[in-house]
Design a binder for this molecule. Structure first.
Ligand SMILES: [Zn+2]
Length: 304
């Protein structure tokens, strides 16, 4: 079964041809999201046609940020980027181009589907994946089923409140984990601190958590931002464990590259503060990297 997988991101669109649970061919396009998704679809189709080299597609999987109505196969809502996406009929686009059915899913949910089928959560009956990056994604497998929710909102647990009366979030809430410690929130968090001008962070070309973790040993602001972020992600992890009762917590996304600097404090916090009298939740790094959402959306697209 040959499936085209599309993973729509804020800076890159990842494309893959998936066959037998592996990415057989891939391509990467710049997002250019300001012009909208409709304007990018011809380039996406052209790149996929190049990859498939004349072979027929059996299915198309499309992973996207935002809230997805998977039954209607429509994007219900999406943050500032890709503003035109909710009005698009992607199923019709895929059918007209390749005569193939389209499966649409949230990207955090697709990434967990990939890790659950082929990666760090393979064989688990219950798993949660936390994707820490530009935004914060969270998705859950409970009792052997991916949670979608009545309106596709089960995959937006990055918007769980971790700070009552916290910072305003793009979603309308206050104190969401995504508003308190994500790559998109970090520049404002850093610049709001009186120490910013004197901090080594002010000289960084890219202000992200890789820089924060790298400078935290010597720079007081970086040290405090790291501590704050670890507290936010740890609080979110405890809430996810309490909500979904997973055996495994998979941590992925760009920030997860911090490795043990991230995972060890998360494990310590869960051991100390999660109410799991049966034992310990296993905390594992994502195993599939950038391929997680491609493999996951392909797996979902191949389901009957
Ligand atoms: Zn929010």
């Amino acid at each position: 079964m040959l499936t085209a997988a599309i993973d729509l991101g804020g800076t890159r669109i990842k494309l893959g041809l998936v066959e037998d649970g592996a990415v057989a061919a891939r391509d990467l396009l710049p997002s250019d999201s300001a012009a909208g998704l409709a304007a990018r679809l011809p380039a996406v189709a052209k790149a996929l046609d190049r990859l498939r080299a004349g072979r027929a597609l059996d299915a198309v999987g499309f992973a996207t940020p935002g809230i997805v109505d998977r039954r209607a196969r429509r994007i219900t809502a999406i943050n500032a980027k890709w503003a035109d996406a909710p009005g698009l009929d992607l199923a019709q686009w895929a059918h007209a181009r390749w005569g193939a059915p389209l499966t649409l899913a949230n990207d955090a949910l697709a990434a967990l589907a990939g890790e659950w089928r082929h990666g760090a959560a393979a064989g688990c009956d219950g798993a949660v994946m936390l994707t820490l990056g530009t935004g914060i994604g969270a998705a859950a497998v409970v009792d052997g089923r991916l949670l979608h929710g009545s309106h596709g909102q089960a995959a937006i647990a990055g918007h769980l409140t971790v700070q009552v009366d916290g910072r305003p979030c793009s979603c309308g809430n206050r104190g969401c984990a995504e508003a308190e410690a994500s790559t998109s929130a970090l520049p404002a968090l850093a610049r709001a601190d009186a120490r910013f001008a004197a901090s080594a962070l002010a000289a960084e070309a890219v202000l992200d958590y890789a820089a924060v973790f790298r400078l935290a040993g010597a720079d007081p602001l970086a040290r405090d931002l790291r501590a704050r972020a670890l507290a936010v992600w740890s609080a979110l992890a405890v809430s996810l464990v309490h909500a979904y009762d997973p055996a495994v917590l998979v941590v992925g996304g760009g920030i997860a590259a911090a490795g043990d600097g991230l995972l060890a404090p998360l494990r310590r916090h869960l051991d100390a503060h999660a109410w799991t009298p049966w034992g310990r939740v296993a905390v594992r790094p994502a195993a599939l990297g950038d391929d997680a959402a491609l493999l996951g959306i392909a797996a979902l697209a191949q389901e009957p």
